[in-house]
Write a protein that binds this ligand. Structure first.
Ligand code: UTP
Length: 293
């Protein structure tokens, strides 16, 4: 059965681009409007039917685990002061999925973080959602993870989200090589980590959403550490693509790279503009501000 019920969220990186904030606050817990980046990501997974969420966290990041636990004092105070809606919201967060936490003891790269989930995931198919990439889709639309699991359930092949980027952007991403099939998906033959624009095999970049079969774990075991001693997920993906096949699927959603300062600010503005409680006042403020720029 090509069902996907587990998702892994790597959130053990050091978040150096957000220092000094990330000295004590995990990057994944920085708020976009009033909820942490990580909650948008968990919500995306849950909307796709994921039941078990494996959070890969690291030293100094216990705020991540605490966030999905009961906050007894706050809930008690809110109940006593009649703030029932917020109590329900907090309860919802801790009950929305089975949250399973595992530590990556050293930040040895994304490939290594994914491999940390192997004892929990076993032989199951699973999704990976990067802990600092927000894919915003309307409630009436399928999330990116659901778009990928739909392709996976039809084909049984590992399927990853791809998006076209400008030539000067390719060196920020993993870039896939391959031809489009009749269904419009890319039959991936190779994945290159952060290539120069002159040597990039295409402009199709990986924005951080994947559905894998457990075959990826064998490939990760054999992956050699590259730059900075990191195990690259892209090397293991190339191995799976060559041995078993892998699809690259374009997606429909508004993507924010919230791990980057500018992307983080954009996410705050755009998501606030989509919120009923904030959009009108923020719009008025922005209209006043823009002519002064
Ligand atoms: P990034 O490369 O964006 O995160 O990884 P980072 O290393 O924390 O960021 P900077 O460049 O130092 O600011 C994408 C996701 O993968 C996780 C990160 O936590 C982030 O959510 N990650 C990365 C791990 O879990 N382990 C790693 O070893 C590396």
């Amino acid at each position: 059965m090509n069902k996907v019920k587990k998702a892994l969220i790597p959130a053990a990186g050091l978040g150096t681009r957000f220092l000094p904030a990330t000295k004590t606050i995990p990057k994944e817990m920085l708020p976009i409007v009033d909820q942490p980046i990580l909650l948008y990501i968990v919500e995306e997974a849950v909307r796709a039917g994921i039941e078990d969420i494996i959070l890969v966290s690291g030293r100094g990041k216990s705020a991540i685990e605490d966030f999905f636990d009961c906050s007894y004092e706050v809930e008690d105070l809110l109940s006593k002061t009649g703030k029932v809606e917020m109590v329900d919201r907090l309860k919802n967060i801790r009950n929305m999925a089975n949250i399973i936490s595992i530590r990556q003891k050293e930040a040895l790269g994304l490939g290594h973080a994914v491999a940390c989930g192997s004892p929990i995931i076993g032989k199951d198919n699973f999704a990976v959602l990067l802990g600092d990439e927000i894919m915003y889709s309307a409630v009436s639309e399928p999330t990116v993870t659901e778009q990928l699991t739909n392709v996976f359930s039809e084909t049984g092949l590992s399927t990853v989200a791809v998006m076209q980027v400008e030539p000067d952007q390719v060196e920020k991403y993993g870039i896939v090589a391959g031809e489009k099939n009749s269904a419009g998906q890319i039959q991936i033959t190779d994945v290159v980590e952060k290539p120069k624009k002159e040597t990039a095999p295409s402009r199709y970049a990986l924005p951080g959403r994947y559905v894998f079969t457990a075959q990826i774990f064998d490939s990760l075991k054999n992956a050699k550490p590259g730059k900075n001693g990191e195990i690259q997920l892209t090397d293991a993906m190339t191995d799976v693509a060559k041995k078993y096949g892998m699809l690259g699927s374009e997606f429909k959603a508004k993507r924010f790279d919230a791990g980057d300062k500018l992307g983080y600010l954009m996410a705050n503005i755009e998501i606030a503009l989509m919120r009923e409680d904030l959009s009108s006042d923020l719009r008025t403020y922005l209209k006043k501000l823009v002519p002064t720029l």
